[in-house]
Ligand binder design. Structure first.
Ligand SMILES: *[C@@H]1O[C@H](CO)[C@@H](O)[C@H](O)[C@H]1NC(C)=O
Ligand SMILES: *[C@@H]1O[C@H](CO)[C@@H](O)[C@H](O)[C@H]1NC(C)=O
Ligand SMILES: *[C@@H]1O[C@H](CO)[C@@H](O)[C@H](O)[C@H]1NC(C)=O
Ligand SMILES: *[C@@H]1O[C@H](CO)[C@@H](O)[C@H](O)[C@H]1NC(C)=O
Ligand SMILES: *[C@@H]1O[C@H](CO)[C@@H](O)[C@H](O)[C@H]1NC(C)=O
Length: 507
């Protein structure tokens, strides 16, 4: 998920009224049973919930693990993070995984998206530094518990976090040497868990890491000082190394494991929809350019072997080049694409890079800072409880876009969900039910139009530490009560998801 607290949109009376009207009409439409039922999806479609090790497990040192880069930065900069004091325990998933699997079972999901903590398995990041047996055992136990309950593990190999030792030794993903360490780690995972794990993803949202941490310098102690000149390089280097790590892992899996283990392997990317701010050609072009800078950055190499031409032109020699061998290795290196979708934004042409702010890429000559389009309309409706715009059509549109532009690949919606930041009672989260319903509807519509979506995961299972926003967004289908021994309590949305997954009626 997003490393920053939710985007700060300006509240307007107008959008609040729209939101209320929207909720009323949503309730009406729910009654008209116009939404798809579970049975209208294939029976082997994965319906799940997601999590990441870093955001729920707690105490990476317990049982002999090593420290991860995120725990490290929170500890050193507590003032930047809401709930920084809760980071050392998180929600104690490491200790309470058995109970948590019971909660997943209650939901009725057939899959659980989880990640493995590199530093719990290899405390200093390297095989040479030794394997932590307790860490290996923890994930064996968790995977076995899931399978015993009919829940397939869907495993992310690196979800933002990696060992501090690797950061200190080589500078993390800035250094091409990471590929070697990453490959050793992947091989250990395939060997250890691949008999039971049938869905692997190499990494989560590398674009978010590159843009937030390396271009804008958030939560990065040694950020490249380019925020004033807006001429940055590191973001491109980091993403490049992520891609080479990804392709290396896929090759390894395909050559040594896939035939016997019969799983698949892909990558999870973040997608924010881009809609032109006006019908002027320069705004239409800006929206297309942002698609290339955000999605094409990863999908062009994966499907066609190199970065989008517009990126090569605008970024110039700050964009690393693939060798012939690398191009060959990267092209075709995903069995599926994972898409994390939350919302969409307007794209407006901005020729002056010094005026590009927010979380935008300085090189794309476009800004997404407009809340309303040229006609004063927002995208979708603003939800009062999340403070965010809800725009399911953005999900539908990107699924169609990927099908058409990138050879109709298998796709999983690996994250989709909404915070509950302004909700007076986190247990009653009807806005989340509405959000999920509409996005499942958009997913179904895309499938009906030929997109090969194979699964959908709600972000997230349990209230989860969301970086600078801490637990304030109450993202989970399960509430975690910090005043009562971290008790897990199903919210209205948990009960709704359970009923949805149980229902057999369909159309
Ligand atoms: C939906 O239908 C139920 C039963 O038919 C009814 O009790 C309820 O009031 C309806 N809700 C809305 C918002 O129309
Ligand atoms: C990358 O790591 C190697 C050690 O493996 C080190 O010698 C080199 O200086 C590092 N390069 C950068 C750019 O940090
Ligand atoms: C870009 O904007 C900055 C300030 O916003 C201004 O100082 C500069 O002259 C502008 N550059 C161009 C090429 O318009
Ligand atoms: C479901 O999605 C389709 C396609 O995007 C849309 O036309 C329809 O209005 C949606 N239905 C509801 C009830 O939101
Ligand atoms: C938990 O307790 C604190 C301090 O007593 C209180 O401020 C807070 O509102 C409580 N939180 C919940 C969710 O009940």
């Amino acid at each position: 998920m997003k490393m920053l607290s939710s985007l700060k949109f300006i509240l307007t009376i107008l959008s609040i009224i729209r939101g209320v009207e929207y909720h009323i009409s949503f309730k009406r439409s729910q009654n008209s049973s116009s939404f798809p039922k579970r049975a209208s999806f294939p029976s082997d479609f994965l319906f799940g919930v997601g999590s990441s090790s870093l955001q729920i497990e707690g105490d990476s040192l317990e049982g002999g693990g090593g420290k991860g880069v995120w725990e490290d930065i929170v500890e050193r900069h507590k003032e930047r993070f809401v709930d920084a004091d809760k980071v050392s325990t998180m929600i104690e998933h490491y200790k309470r995984y058995k109970e948590d699997v019971k909660h997943l079972k209650y939901l009725g999901v057939n899959s659980y998206r989880m990640s493995i903590s590199w530093s719990r398995i290899l405390p200093d990041g390297t095989l040479k530094g030794g394997i932590n047996k307790e860490g290996i055992k923890f994930y064996n136990n968790l995977i076995n518990e899931l399978l015993a309950n009919g829940i397939e593990p869907f495993v992310t190999i690196v979800h933002f976090d990696y060992p501090v030792a690797i950061q200190q030794k080589i500078g993390g993903f800035l250094n091409h040497t990471i590929v070697k360490y990453y490959k050793d780690y992947c091989k250990l995972l395939f060997k250890t868990y691949g008999d039971r794990v049938k869905h692997w993803t190499t990494t989560n949202e590398p674009q978010v890491v590159a843009i937030y941490k390396y271009m804008h310098g958030y939560d990065n102690d040694a950020a490249e000082p380019c925020q004033d000149t807006k001429i940055c390089s590191q973001a491109y280097t980091v993403l490049h190394n992520f891609l080479i790590c990804h392709a290396t892992a896929t090759h390894l899996y395909r050559q040594q494991f896939q035939e016997t283990q019969r799983g698949d392997i892909g990558i999870v990317i973040s997608y924010q929809g881009f809609v032109p701010y006006s019908s002027k050609p320069e705004d239409v072009a800006a929206a297309q350019r942002l698609m290339d800078f955000w999605l094409g950055w990863i999908l062009e190499p994966l499907f066609y072997g190199d970065y989008p031409q517009i990126m090569r032109k605008l970024v110039g020699n700050r964009l690393p080049k693939f060798t012939k061998k690398e191009k060959h290795m990267i092209k075709g290196s995903a069995d599926f694409i994972g898409i994390n979708y939350y919302t969409s934004q307007f794209a407006r042409y901005e020729p002056n890079r010094t005026n590009i702010n927010g979380l935008d890429n300085f090189d794309a000559l476009a800004t997404t800072s407009e809340e309303f389009n040229i006609e004063g309309k927002p995208l979708g409706h603003k939800d009062q409880y999340s403070g965010r715009y809800v725009y399911p059509k953005g999900l539908y549109d990107v699924l169609i876009f990927i099908k058409e532009k990138y050879q109709n690949p298998n796709i999983y919606i690996t994250e989709n969900g909404t915070p509950s930041s302004n909700n007076p009672n986190p247990l009653i989260d009807d806005h989340r039910i509405a959000y999920i319903t509409e996005h499942i509807n958009a997913t179904k519509a895309a499938i009906d139009n030929g997109v090969k979506v194979r699964g959908y995961f709600v972000w997230t299972a349990f209230d989860t530490f969301e970086f600078e926003a801490g637990y304030s967004g109450h993202w989970g289908l399960y509430h975690v009560d910090f005043n009562n021994s971290l008790k897990r309590i199903p919210k209205a949305s948990a009960k709704w998801y359970r009923n949805f997954l149980k229902s057999n009626g369909g159309h």
